[in-house]
Structures are given as C-alpha cells and as structure tokens.
Design a binder for this molecule. Sequence first.
Ligand code: FAD
Ligand code: N01
Length: 549
Amino acid sequence: MTEGTRDEGARFDAIIVGAGFAGLYMSQRLREAGKTCRVYETGADVGGTWYWNRYPGARCDAESLAYSFSFSPELEREWEWSERYATQPEILRYLGHVADRFDLRRDIRFERRVETAHYDEAAREWTVTTDGGDSARASVVVMATGCLSVPLVPQIAGLGDFSRPHYYTGAWPHEGVDFSGQRVGVIGTGSSAIQSIPIIAEQADQLTVFQRTPNFSVPAHNHPLDPKWVAAFKENYREHRRLHRLGLASGFGDLDIEPKEFESLLTSALEPDEADFEKTCEQFWQMGGAMFLRVAEDMMMNEEANARVADFVHRKIREVVKDPETAEVLCPRSYPLGTKRLCVDIDYYATYNRDNVRLVDLQKSPIERISETGVQLGGAAGDEIELDALVLATGFDAMTGALAKIDIRGVGGGTLCDKWAAGPRAYLGFMVSDFPNLFTITGPGSPSVLSNMVISIEQHVDLVMDCLAEMESRGAKVVAADGEAEEGWVAHVNEVASATLMEKAGSWYLGANVPGKPRVFMPYAAGVGVYREVCEGVVADGWRGFSFA
Ligand code: FAD
Ligand code: N01
C-alpha cells in the first residue's frame, strides 16, 4: 500500500478513478503505452469489489479461469486457481499479485475519494480533486468506479436505533466477524445474502432471514480444480478466451461444457414433452452456475417458456426444503426467472432445514421498525425478534451510484447528474456526449453487469487505448461522443431490453431498488458477442458517432 504524497496540480496523461479489475488493467495498458497516469482509490488497497465485499461465503459466480485477466499469457500460466468458483480472499490475492507483478501500485494513491472532475474547455483538460486534498490535471479521465461499489442504506424506520453491531455485506470489516453464540438477523435475499446465509447459519446460535422478495438460485456445484484439467484448459486458453468474448455462456466459463452438450439447449422451453424437458433442465441444473439460463433459447423472451423453467426450479426448491410452507415462501413468483440477477449458491435452500434458522416473509409481516435490540415486525407475526447482530445484505446503488457521487462537469459546466436526471445516457455505454475525453468502463448502455465483467472490462479498456491511438494518429486533442449517436444508442438499448422480459422485474438493473431513481433498464441486453461486433463496426467505420478535434 502506498499512501504517497498529495498531488498539487500535477499533470498526467490520464487519471483513473478506482483500482479494481478495471483501474488496474487501465493503468497497465497506459503504462505499457508509455503514458503517465494517476489512479485514485478510496480503499486502502487494490481489489475494488473484492477489497470491500469480505462477507462470509463471498466468491465469484463466473468460473475462476474465466473470471481473470486475459491480457498476459504469463500471468495466466503462473496463477493457479484452486476452486471452480474462487473465494473473495483468493481473488483479492490475485489482484494484489497483478498489481505487484506489473508494478502498478506506484501510480496509485489509496484512501483518496475523488470528489470532483471538471473539464476546462480552453485548456482541453480535466482537473480532478480528492478528499485528501489532491488536485491533478489530465487530458483523459477514466471512470473505473465500478457498477456495484456503492452499498445501499435501506430505508427502514429506526435503522440508526439498533445499538448492537450491524454490518453491510458490501463494506465488511477486514478483521472478519465471529457470530458464534449470537442471534443474527440478515435482511435481504440477493446474491450476497444467499452466499453468506449458509455460513452464518453454521456459526450463529440462531439466524433469522428477513425476505422481502425471494430470488431464484441455482447450485454452484463448486469443487477444487483438478490440476490435470487446469493444465488442459490452459493449453487451450486462447480458444476458451475467444469463445468467452464471443459471448458463449456470456463468458461465465465452460468448465463442464463440451460443445456437444450445447446440443441439448432447447430452442423453446415449450417444445419438448415433459420427460425431455425435465431431462434437459436436470442436465443444466447438474452443471451448476449461471449456465442454467441457457437451458432454453426463448426463456428470456417468452413468458410462458420462462414460467415452465421457473416451475422446474420451484420443484427443486420443494425437493430440498422440508417444511412445505417455508419452501413456498422461497419460491419466486412475482417476476420471470433471470430478470433479477440469478444467484448461484452452495447449500442455500438446505440451510432452511436447520433448526436454528427461521425465514420471515416480509410480504406477510413487514418490518415495522428496527429497535435498539432487534426487529419489530408488523402484520401477521407482529412480534419483536431480538438480535445480537444485524447483517444488511441490501444491495447497491448500481451502475450510476459511484458516478453520481462525483461532481462531474463537462462542456459548459453541465453536470453528469443533470444530464442523467431522467436516466443514464451514453454512447455505447463508453462515452457521454458533452463530456469529452471521459470514458466510463462498463458504463450504462454496455453489457456490463449482464456479462462476466472481466471480459467487458478488458474490452472497454482496450477500446480506450484504441481511441487514444486514433486521437494520436489524427493529431487530435479531444474525442467526444456525438449527441445524435448517443440518442440512437440509448433508443437501441431500450428497444433491445423491451424485446426481452428483463423489464418485468423491479430489479436493480432498472434502478428499482433505489427510491427516486429513474426506472431505465441500464445494461445492454444483446450480449457481449453482439456488442463487441457493434464496437468493431463503429471503429471500422472511422469511429462512427465520435468526433475528434
Ligand atoms: P470495482 O471492483 O467495483 O472497483 C471500483 C473501485 O472504484 C472501488 O474500489 C471503489 O472504492 C473505487 N471508487 C469508486 N468511486 C470512487 C471515487 N469517487 N474515488 C476513488 N475511488 C472510487 N462480476 C462477475 O462478472 N462475476 C462475478 O462472479 C461477480 N461477483 C461479484 C460478487 C460481489 C459480491 C459483487 C458486489 C460483485 C460481483 N461482480 C461479479 C461484479 C464485480 O463488481 C465486477 O466483476 C468487477 O469486480 C468490477 O470491477 P471494477 O474495477 O469495474 O469495479
Ligand atoms: O444485492 P441485491 P446483493 N427491506 O440488490 C433486499 C453481485 N453479486 O448485494 O428484492 C427488506 O441483489 C432486497 O429485497 P427486494 C450480483 O450482480 C454477485 O445481494 O428489493 N429487504 C434484496 O433481497 C448481484 O445481483 C455475487 O425485495 C430489503 C436484497 O436486499 C449484485 O452484486 C455475490 C430492503 C438486495 O439484493 C447485488 O447483490 C454478491 C428493505 N428495505 C453480489 N432493501 C456472486 O455470487 C433491500 N432489501 C458472484
């Protein structure tokens, strides 16, 4: 960790905000190209998501060998992943290794929150300031601030009254938490909760889970990686990476997927008879992980098809959860499968068979308020549940949250917040008109959170580098997205989303989890393969929709 001295008017070729996967790779590419850069990071070390989310059970749901950088064959060869889905500590170690191996830390200033980024039209330059008193200038700013980096404080009456320890999964204490002998409450049943609940249940004396909306979850079938399998995978790494970039399995990995197994992918979930349908679903269920969404091609387009697959998952939940009433409460019915992020779990449903675990259905008994000592329920139950500790697995202000916290001013002093007041607008999710030379890695309007994000991050960083090279070759100082191209892209992103079932859930993809946030489907839902083709077409067409000056 390098705290370093304060920047006072220093000038760099580029300033990067954030030192997660995106910030690290961006700084590596700039360094390699002989450019100077400064990275500011709020955390005390690299890692981003994996620095902050240290809750028990945190791990990736894209397979380890796919959820890793592809830019360096040496790095690929030397790093050994130990499990199919790497744990948070392992991913954090990996990112620390990347920072050391490529000597990236010397450009990073830790424990610095960027507060402002203002564009000076005359100087064609950005000035960035931090809460540590830094002020630095650069012609280019790259926002690598993360899509899930601003934990959401839920609007629950009395939250501040709770006098015992409470923890956000997205800002977990570094020293860990020992729940032994405690009565613990978990609010939320999204991915973070679903990963942590089985482990907290093993530790705690009693665990109460407060569920407002059940989530679909598929088993991870995690296991240690067989060194022989890894060696064979690495032999063929380039081909795997190529397929991931094309969007096969969204690049979530292909551990157990041989091409022949794709033959069983259903064109429509409505076609096969019951026995064939069950067999195919079971086959995908046994593979484990997010691949399950590929069981039928029409699943994300056709409600009936989706409902048939959802029924299969409901049956699976009922098979595992012994108490029929609890099983029913765990079955999601208010939105189509896959329209909220599919969770991937290790023993989540089985955890409800434990004697020390209770599920509270907030639909029937909403939280009335948090008291000094626990959770007061209203409705049918009406009781107070006393707790020694409370875990808030309540999600993030996704995709736009981190950008909205920075005072970003572009041409004419206009702010990004004003520009995005009715929802984010960006060309390719990569640049925002009126904000020249400012790039948003995995920004709204790109596949981003619907993909294996390392693939999307690498693609955007590479595109930034191509764009800078184009500027140089044209002798340009400024690149900007055209307003018209941006309008067209935003309309296209909406059109694609509307053709799917994705808007049928009150998901964070739509901003529905943040009171007052405009409801706009933020990621681009056509997939990483299609998106890559679009970007390549734009570049081949002389950077269509971008102006260089
Ligand atoms: P981040 O890792 O979020 O890093 C952004 C950094 O920017 C943060 O460290 C933050 O502190 C810093 N920052 C933000 N604002 C400022 C500011 N104003 N000033 C200074 N610094 C700032 N994706 C997958 O594809 N597969 C997975 O399996 C997966 N698992 C996940 C598990 C969890 C628990 C979570 C929360 C997310 C997961 N994701 C997963 C998404 C994950 O966020 C991305 O995969 C990836 O790590 C994002 O990298 P990033 O560098 O873009 O952003
Ligand atoms: O957050 P979430 P998350 N009262 O928003 C509930 C990635 N990720 O941190 O659905 C009661 O999904 C809320 O209820 P509802 C992944 O992309 C990946 O779990 O709004 N409950 C919901 O149940 C993921 O999608 C992994 O009704 C309240 C929960 O809190 C994203 O990060 C692991 C409430 C929030 O769920 C976010 O996941 C972890 C209230 N007032 C994260 N407010 C992997 O497995 C909110 N809730 C790779």
